[in-house]
Unconditional design. Sequence first.
Length: 112
Amino acid sequence: MAFMQITVLPMATGETSLSDYIVDIQEFLQKKDVECEINDMGTIINGTPSVLFRLAEELHARPFQQGVKRVITQIAIDERRDKVQDLGEKKGAVLSILKKRKSSSVTKKENA
């Protein structure tokens, strides 16, 4: 399994907000029953590389289907073959480490 972060940017839409395009992409992914998580800069999707690349092509095409003349799509693929990772697992691991360090730092200050 792999993760893909994708950001689809419709250009020259005449508006500064892209919310309607993002909602369309999220609804499309929900209909496909894709495991994903939206964030402030894009969407993270979990799947096999072949599925992710196919989805990237489909998502890139969505704004064109709505009349947009130019679209910039950025993707990043992270694939590990030594273990299976669930969506949010890496984020959880980092947050756990930060929590432990903060707790350790507070304890050190209290003992000083």
